[in-house]
Design a protein around this ligand. Structure first.
Ligand SMILES: Cc1cc2nc3c(=O)[nH]c(=O)nc-3n(C[C@H](O)[C@H](O)[C@H](O)COP(=O)(O)O)c2cc1C
Ligand code: SF4
Length: 508
């Protein structure tokens, strides 16, 4: 039974007004001397005929009203958010309850984890001399893959573009990336799904991925590649396989993967023809034979048991290692994987470098670090910790216009807004990057995209040089852990650099 009096109660101010209007001054006196709950309970008992349970429930509901009659807002105590069940957790449980399947999405981890932001550089002053920005050179070139390969990669900058599949990205995005990378003298990488002509023709240095799925892998393209990258894992999903949902599988994407159009594709999580490091060594020999020992072979791992994986990759014969931390982006992965598997890039770099040093392989087997690299500062810190280069995926997409506040209606149509979008898996990217729909893809003009990405890369390089010069380095690879301190105990422990203002490295 509905409570007649309480029906439509909005606030104590409202209650008071009604009382004033409807009842005698005695009630107002009671109001002034008693709390609102008491008054309303009295009123309830005198005016309304309800059963005891309902009146008890009603009195509880009355206590949820604002306690101060002059305030037209709710009592903050009753609107206290739960740390265990914040809004997004509640919404996810509701979604899971409705649908009965896990959430798949794009973009990287959204939770807060230790990052390079927790480190700062100790610029030069009295005990170190900085370099003069306008007169003194700070070089950025790097050689990748000179352990066994006859033709290692000579890159002008230590920032490469990570493997992102055609299928996940549209052809225009791929071409824009290829053009920008070539203009900046760096490499770009294919992905699950093979090599497109647009990508090959626009990329001066193209690394061809060999993935567990083998989608799009063929000997012709192996010979067109400047390097091979055997993908063991990805930071966003170490231990998991690729995904491309049916809405993105056009005839072209399907033909390249030898699979049907419009059907969800799930890639294998491990290579079918090798099960351990000894097999992998044989596999790498095969690939070297196919490519006449000319081009480098990289091994890409998602950051988990980094120490062992790096050692095994070196033993298997890798020329270089790509290490992808848990922040690493993806076009489509289970949310539970993105947020709960792997270790952050920050500790991963240091563990990898230590493993290489222990084998006397540091700088001999190059280390390329990815996962959450966004700026010249991130790149500089990764290099200072011992990486030879960094690689970017998500940041390259952002430079191309990902999450830009344009076509806002189209963000809304897929249930998101600029700044929050992680909807690459839907194939309805509002800015035309991760889509195969011609009308959306046309929004990303290749010339414009290439210009944006080139400018962004150029900015990163300037930032990187600025920081290196400030630390007195004439080459960005001369940055070293000694140039860094940490702002948090966690970062100090993970990066193994002192906590700022102390000489303390936790654990040492
Ligand atoms: C749209 C997209 C597609 C991707 N596709 C692949 C892929 O096919 N193969 C692969 O090894 N990694 C893939 N990745 C992961 C990237 O290669 C890289 O590891 C990751 O993006 C690096 O982290 P970042 O995004 O924070 O820069 C993809 C990432 C994105 C954002
Ligand atoms: S804007 Fe496009 S590329 Fe960026 S997250 Fe959304 S769907 Fe993905």
């Amino acid at each position: 039974m509905k409570h007649k009096f309480l029906c439509g109660v909005r606030s104590p101010v409202w209650v008071l007004t009604v009382l004033r209007r409807k009842c005698c001054s005695t009630i107002e006196k009671i109001w002034n001397s008693c709390c609102s709950v008491l008054v309303l309970n009295i009123l309830q008992r005198s005016f309304v005929d309800t059963d005891p349970l309902e009146s008890f429930i009603t009195s509880i509901s009355i206590t949820l009203m604002p306690s101060d009659p002059n305030k037209n807002s709710f009592d903050p105590r009753f609107l206290r958010p739960s740390a265990t069940f914040p809004d997004h957790v509640l919404a996810e449980i509701h979604r899971a309850a409705d649908q009965g399947v896990y959430e798949i999405r794009g973009f990287g981890a959204k939770r807060s984890i230790p990052t390079f932001d927790d480190l700062v550089f100790l610029g030069a002053s009295m005990s170190r001399y900085p370099l003069e920005g306008y007169r003194e050179k700070c070089s950025t070139d790097v050689v990748i893959g000179n352990r066994f390969a006859e033709n290692p990669l000579h890159l002008e900058i230590p920032i490469t573009i990570a493997g992102m599949s055609f299928g996940a990205l549209g052809a225009n995005a791929k071409e824009s990336i290829g053009r920008a990378a070539s203009e900046m003298g760096t490499s770009t990488t294919t992905g699950d799904g093979g090599m497109t002509d647009e990508e090959r023709n626009s990329s001066k240095t193209l690394i061809y991925q060999v993935l567990p799925s083998r989608y799009g892998l063929n000997p012709v393209d192996v010979r067109r590649a400047d390097a091979l990258e055997v993908v063991v894992g990805q930071g966003a999903k170490p231990g998991g396989g690729g995904m491309l949902l049916g809405q993105k599988i056009t005839d072209r994407v399907a033909a390249m993967r030898n699979l049907p159009t419009g059907i969800d594709q799930r890639s294998a999580c491990r290579h079918p023809d090798w099960t351990g490091p000894d097999d992998l060594e044989i596999k790498l020999h095969e690939l070297r034979e196919i490519t006449d020992y000319k081009i480098p072979i990289l091994i890409k791992i998602g950051a988990t048991r980094v120490e062992f994986d790096v050692a095994l990759a070196v033993k298997a014969g890798a020329d270089a290692i790509v290490l992808d931390g848990m922040q690493g982006g993806t076009a489509a992965t289970q949310d539970v994987f993105i947020e709960h598997v792997g270790i952050p890039t920050l500790p991963a770099v240091r563990i990898a470098v230590d493993a290489l040093l222990e084998m006397d392989m540091h700088r001999k087997v190059q280390l390329i670090v990815s996962g959450g690299i966004r700026s010249g500062a991130d790149a500089a810190k990764a290099l200072a910790l011992g990486a030879d280069a960094v690689s970017i995926g998500s940041a390259a997409m952002v430079a191309l216009g990902c999450n830009r506040p344009i076509y806002i209606e189209d963000y809304h149509k897929i249930g998101t807004a600029p700044g929050f979008c992680h909807h690459c898996h839907t194939g309805r990217c509002p800015v035309g990057i991760t889509t195969q729909l011609p009308e959306l893809e046309a929004r990303l003009k290749t010339k414009q995209g290439a210009r944006w990405l080139r400018n962004y890369l150029a900015t990163m390089v300037l930032e990187l040089q600025t920081l290196a010069r400030a630390c007195g380095k004439s080459h960005v690879l001369n940055l070293e852990p000694e140039d860094l301190v940490a702002l948090t105990v966690e970062a100090a422990a993970m990066a193994r650099v002192p906590l700022a203002g102390t000489s303390w490295i936790p654990g040492q």
